[in-house]
Design a protein around this ligand. Structure first.
Ligand code: ZN
Ligand code: ZN
Length: 347
């Protein structure tokens, strides 16, 4: 099969022929029809993920058709149209037993713990636990945009963030996950303030339901701007980018007893990030993390997509062939871009 491979961190990946994967006894091989390009792939390529072993194939937001199944898989057959959360759970550890597959103690992540979906085929573990059947009318491109950013945003806003109609929700960073969060919060009846340095990203945020926008490149204190626009601060605020600056701005833009949800990854050399904890104490803020979404959490989200309340298809702004993936991956560092790019490995 053809796949995007990199041998060293930060060096341009290349498209080459590699061996086809085989399914584990509890796993499947999926023929990849569409796979999203995400900032997490860029982090992995930069060497920020300790799970990656070189040479490596990135890619974790995918949709396709089951090609081969392992002997111990009971729920899936070749030909099934599927997607998968980017965190694949074991199904049996204490966290999985409690239903918290998104923080599985033995999780695997395609494109991180093993080769991913920037390829014509990908192997996925514990298929009975992790695969999600696609509604018959959902395109592979739309489905590929669900696995990481959209599902992550859905859980961050709806479950972890406990959004309620009429609340003010601030979204810091309007890339793929941020725009997804804007759409989901607005569809939940919240009033959304979108924050970004890019005018193009803010235009999309408005299109997806943001009531207010803050151009972070034009104001000196984005948290103060959010507090002004929301009559004292957001009820719920997300750092959808993942940087010390946007994390602090999200926390500082909350009203009393507000909820901050950290969604964007925060890699740092010593694994820590400064957070304005004095404000968290004084205002009794809740600081929450959100880490993907389990396969069993998909049905209510898929129903909202099927009924047209949520439109993840609108987030996909370009589709590219596999040959363009290496340069697009490199470009995620400097220009994460507005909206999502989806790779079609067979084109
Ligand atoms: Zn588990
Ligand atoms: Zn992702």
């Amino acid at each position: 099969m053809r796949a995007v491979v990199f041998e060293r961190y930060g060096e341009t990946a290349e498209v080459r022929e590699v061996a086809d994967p085989a399914p584990a006894e509890h796993g499947v091989v999926v023929r990849v029809e569409a796979t999203g390009l995400c900032r997490s792939d860029w982090h992995g390529w930069q060497g920020h993920d300790p799970d990656i072993v070189l040479p490596h194939v990135p890619g974790h937001e995918l949709a396709g058709v089951v090609e081969a199944v392992g002997d111990r898989v009971s729920r899936w057959r070749p030909g099934d149209r599927v997607t998968v959360p980017f965190i694949c759970a074991c199904g049996t550890c204490p966290s999985c037993a409690a239903g918290d597959h998104q923080v599985c103690e033995r999780q695997t992540q395609p494109g991180f713990t093993h080769w991913g979906s920037f390829a014509q085929y990908v192997a996925l573990d514990h298929a009975d636990v992790n695969l999600v059947a696609l509604p018959g009318d959902m395109s592979f491109t739309t489905a590929a945009s669900l696995g990481c950013r959209f599902a992550t945003a859905y859980r961050a806003v709806v479950r972890q963030g406990r959004v309620a109609a009429g609340e003010w929700v601030a979204v810091h960073g309007c890339g793929g996950v941020g725009l997804s969060a804007v759409m989901i919060a607005a569809a939940s009846g919240a009033r959304v303030v979108a924050v970004d340095v890019s005018a193009g990203a803010l235009d999309l945020a408005r299109k997806f339901g943001a009531a207010q926008c803050v151009d972070a490149a034009a104001v000196t204190d984005t948290a103060a701007a959010v507090r002004d626009l929301t009559g004292g601060g957001a009820h719920l605020s997300l750092d959808a980018l993942g940087s010390p600056v946007t994390c602090a701005a999200s926390v500082n833009g909350l009203r009393r007893r507000g909820r901050h949800v950290q969604v964007g990854l925060l890699p740092s050399p010593d694994g820590t990030t400064p957070v304005p904890m004095a404000r968290a104490i004084a205002l009794e803020l809740e600081l929450l993390g959100s880490h993907g979404m389990a396969a069993h959490g998909y049905p209510p989200m898929l129903e909202l997509v099927r009924s047209g309340v949520l439109r993840p298809d609108l987030l996909v702004t370009s589709t590219i062939p596999l040959a363009e993936a290496p340069s697009a991956l490199a470009a995620m560092g400097t220009a994460p871009g507005a909206g999502a790019t989806v790779i079609e490995p067979w084109s």
